[in-house]
Design a protein around this ligand. Sequence first.
Ligand SMILES: [Zn+2]
Length: 311
Amino acid sequence: MGGSSERRNRVNRLKRLILTVITAAIIIPIIICIILGFRVCRLQTRVNELEALLTSNETEAEEKESVYTVAPVRESSRDTLKGEKNPENVSGDEEQKTKPENYQKQVYLTFDDGPSRNTDRILDILKEYDVKATFFVVGKTDENSVRAYQRIVDEGHTLGMHSYSHKYDEIYESKESFVEDMDRLQEYLYQTTGIWSRFYRFPGGSSNTVSKVDMQELISYFNECGITYYDWNISSGDAASAQISVDSLVDNCVNGIEGKNVCMILMHDSSAKNNTVEALPKIIERIQSRGDAEILPISDDTVPIQHITAE
Ligand SMILES: [Zn+2]
């Protein structure tokens, strides 16, 4: 009797042990899976954020560099005095402010790197303020981008080129690769919108420090084929940091206008740069409220702002 109950107890203990092991073997992997699942989710979100930043930042790190290390800016009509103290304008200043045809300053809002998820928002704001701007675009073939190119054109903005690939190492590898890339974009924009763009903004600016090709060679090429390139003399600061505050963006643009007649403002149309969109209405309002500045799209009449010019 004693022996069989002991055996039963042992069997029961064994059963419990086996059951515990089986339960553990099921539950532990499930818990691990749940924990890992959460971590994967978190990491995926982080990856998405970083990817969005990367699309603009990897190249704009170089653009940023060129913003702060540019050669002297050439302006054909630069003032050395503050706008209001312009000698030509000392008398009749008030009168001038009320006459739209006598705007002392021409301000050009330029957006690089689009189309992006923000293009429509930018266009909506420009429409609301009845302001025309310039978009230096890259080559994108998705449906939204194709629609964006067309909307830029339809709403009276200037469609400029900013290279098809925006890959510095490819574009600036040789003159041939540069020309091939530009031709591809020019042709593509023509097929897409019917516009044969004559305006170009070099990725990184004409004063970029990454080109393996002598920039003079590219500038001569532009002269031969009737393309004008435009750098900038005011940087909104959105290339330097995707997280720049709205107030800083507005201040950079508005303060940059002082002392200049031709104001070429560099901004970016990029999915990661929401603050540029947030700042845009304030930038426009502040410029318009000056009374001496007119916001225009780049045209054949626009004085080119160029960091380096043909030798
Ligand atoms: Zn760019």
